[in-house]
Design a protein around this ligand. Sequence first.
Ligand code: DGL
Length: 273
Amino acid sequence: MDNRPIGVFDSGLGGLTAVKELIRVLPGERILYFGDTGRVPYGTRSRETLIRYTREDIAFLSSMGVKRILIACGTASTVLDAIDPDPRVPVSGVLYAASRKAAAATKNGRIGLIATASSIRSGLYEKIIASLAPDFSVVSRATPLLVPLIEAGRIRRGDVVLETVVREYLAPIRDEGVDVLILGCTHYPIIRDVIGSVMGDEVTLIDAGAAAAEEVKNALTADGALSDGRDPGVSFYVTDFPEGFAAVGSMFLGSEIAGRTEKIDISEKYASH
Ligand code: DGL
């Protein structure tokens, strides 16, 4: 048994899609969520900058005494290979979990992928899927306007701007005949309804954060590191504008998080040089 919290981070709101799933599969755990809202978006950054941000985010959560860290950010997960492993605090990302789930779900071997520009540029999803099933094809597209729209609270069906952008991005992927679409950025399940309405019911949507949350549960169970369930709940930390984060985050999680969101300064104390 291990009563330390689970640490989860993303550039902003996206990792909440993993938190929602963690709460569902591990209702007894305490979770510390860190959203780097002062430096969002990550999806436009270079690999070098992403490595620096990711190291700092991990240093902050480690300093809070977590037992395990989930990088609930597709973009930051692409630099996991550059993170020095610490056996006391295992770190996992979302790419492998999402790719495995997509490869298991497709029937026709045609997998769609949407993610940030940095994630698509890394080519990692394609590499992982090719290693799982060399015959499968991946139709991928960077969808850079989605994160700013979601961070701005444009998340509802009927939002004309959001629906226009989603249709423009997704119609060509749908027309390629994919039967699975990986939501490779953890922000995207927040607008799952809108994405689903363009792709149609026959296309299975893979939520990267949710897939990774299941793997966290399996790892904690295998390690005998689940908590005793006496102190469940989530605390939120952000690097800027907690009010904006709490407003959209509450809407997405379906519970008020304003009083549980604290602003921290990551620049000095956790800086990786
Ligand atoms: N939610 C993140 C991802 O999964 C990052 C989005 C961003 O900051 O650009 O890629």
